[in-house]
Design a protein around this ligand. Structure first.
Ligand code: BDR
Ligand code: CA
Length: 306
């Protein structure tokens, strides 16, 4: 079997940082590009964070491109309540130099797709860059093996009753991706809100005592405190790495075939992922998670970041 080629489009973001970390420390997936989107913070901040993370993981050889500074049709919406003013509060990086590609994110995505036979696109933020790539270069569709996203929910949302953050920020972009006929795999709040960074997880990570676990523990401490305050959750749900873990192992998540469409209205339902089995299938939707195995993957990779 050939190793899947991955582009990560992200808005780091505490949980995005851990998704990127997994990609940098596995030999089972081939990370060929990273792009940033505005979401958890402004594009300047999420891009700076992605740049710092790639330096910290010794992966400055991976092309990194800045994405759109705003959603397709809507106003910028950020989430400092959870991710702080920097977008990655809790960890201080050295003064790393900028290492950005000359291309904008949608152009890098398109070029990498066309240069490769098949690419998997993982999105852990609003889907603006991928939608722009599909608008400007529809010919890349044939090169996309699958879109794997953290976003949406089969049940309730987190920002509004109906909508999850990544979809709510840019529902039009999500709509373009969900109607693209490209195979889709969605890991939404209905499973990711069960993946809590509780005291046991923090303790296990602390004991690993590597550069990786140092970053993890410091980031998760702030992430947990903010999630408790803002969402009244017992601790922080580690959403975004679910995408990568589902690609690394097929025994962690259960998926069901569904039809998923996006509410792009201007009502209080905007951003809802409408999931049904009554219409033709377009998306594999995660419906269950084995938590023990999930953390096993995280710990295993934390040990590798020395
Ligand atoms: C999603 O929103 C962001 O705050 C997280 O990084 C995650 O991608 C969860 O709704
Ligand atoms: Ca994210």
């Amino acid at each position: 079997m050939t190793t899947r080629k991955i582009i990560l489009d992200c808005d780091p973001g505490h949980d995005d940082a851990i998704a990127l970390f997994l990609l940098c420390y596995t030999d089972k997936l081939d990370l060929i590009g990273v792009t940033t989107t505005c979401g958890n913070q402004t594009i300047e901040k999420t891009s700076r964070n992605a740049n710092n993370l790639l330096h910290y993981f010794n992966k400055t050889n991976i092309p990194l491109a800045k994405g759109s500074s705003k959603p397709l049709n809507r106003k910028v919406m950020t989430c400092p309540e959870i991710h702080g003013e920097s977008g990655l509060d809790g960890f201080t990086f050295p003064n790393y130099k900028d290492n950005f590609d000359y291309r904008v994110a949608y152009q890098l995505i398109s070029d990498l797709c066309l240069e490769n036979d098949k690419v998997t696109i993982v999105t852990t933020g609003p889907m603006t860059n991928l939608a722009l790539a599909l608008i400007h270069h529809p010919e890349i569709k044939e090169h996309i093996e699958e879109i794997v996203l953290m976003g949406g929910s089969t049940k309730e949302g987190n920002i509004t009753k109906e909508a999850e953050f990544n979809i709510l920020v840019d529902p039009e972009a999500a709509d373009i991706c969900f109607r693209s006929n490209i195979p889709l795999r969605m890991l939404g709040l209905n499973v990711t809100r069960r993946i809590l960074v509780n005291d046991d997880v923090m303790e296990n990570a602390r004991k690993i005592n590597t550069r990786g676990s140092d970053l993890f523990v410091k980031l998760m401490k702030v992430f947990n405190e903010n999630q408790k305050k803002f969402f009244s959750l017992p601790s922080g749900p580690l959403h975004d790495p679910a995408t990568i873990i589902s690609l690394l192992r097929d025994d962690v998540f259960t998926f069901e075939d569904m039809n998923v469409s996006i509410d792009t209205s201007n009502t209080n339902k905007v951003g809802k992922t409408i999931c049904t089995k009554e219409k033709p299938f377009n998306c594999k939707v995660a419906t269950d998670v084995n938590l023990e195995k999930y953390w096993e993957v995280i710990y295993d990779h934390l040990k590798r970041c020395l």
